[in-house]
Design a binder for this molecule. Structure first.
Ligand code: FES
Length: 147
């Protein structure tokens, strides 16, 4: 049911943990199952130099979080924002259709952490819509996907 890569990233997840003094932190929840992911980013000169995560969720959520951190380290903020949940799933050689929703957490956690980074840098207009969810963003910690 799961690819070898999914099993590998589930059994040996990369970049688990927290980053002290992170430049951006995002937490999101999955509306379908209630699982939660928290993402920490270290950013220098607009490049993500480190990423760590904590996921309270299923195996697919752990594997996609792990792969997502590997994909974004070394990328610019804008490049990281282009990474979709499908790209994360493809990098794992796919997920079963019933588990694709789990990969949303990874994409949304990246977006949320970058949004936090931009807000701290004064790069976000508080009256504008949030990039990640198109809602007005009063609380950077709000959980995308939970309506
Ligand atoms: Fe919740 Fe997979 S079942 S993220």
């Amino acid at each position: 049911m799961y690819s070898e890569k999914v099993m590998d990233h589930f059994m040996n997840p990369r970049n688990v943990g927290e980053i002290e003094n992170a430049d951006g932190v995002g937490q999101v929840g999955n509306a379908k199952c209630g699982d939660i992911m928290k993402m920490y980013l270290k950013i220098e000169n607009n490049v993500i130099i480190d990423a760590k995560f904590k996921t309270f969720g299923c195996g697919a959520a752990v594997a996609t979080s792990s792969m997502a951190t590997e994909l974004i380290i070394g990328k610019t903020v804008d490049e990281a924002l282009q990474i979709t949940n499908k790209a994360v799933a493809d990098a794992l050689d796919g997920l079963p259709p019933a588990k694709m929703h789990c990969s949303n957490l990874a994409e949304e956690a990246i977006n949320s952490a970058i949004e936090d980074y931009k807000r701290r840098k004064g790069l976000i207009d508080d009256n504008a819509s949030c990039d990640a969810c198109s809602r007005r963003c009063d609380d950077v910690q709000h959980s995308h996907g939970i309506e």
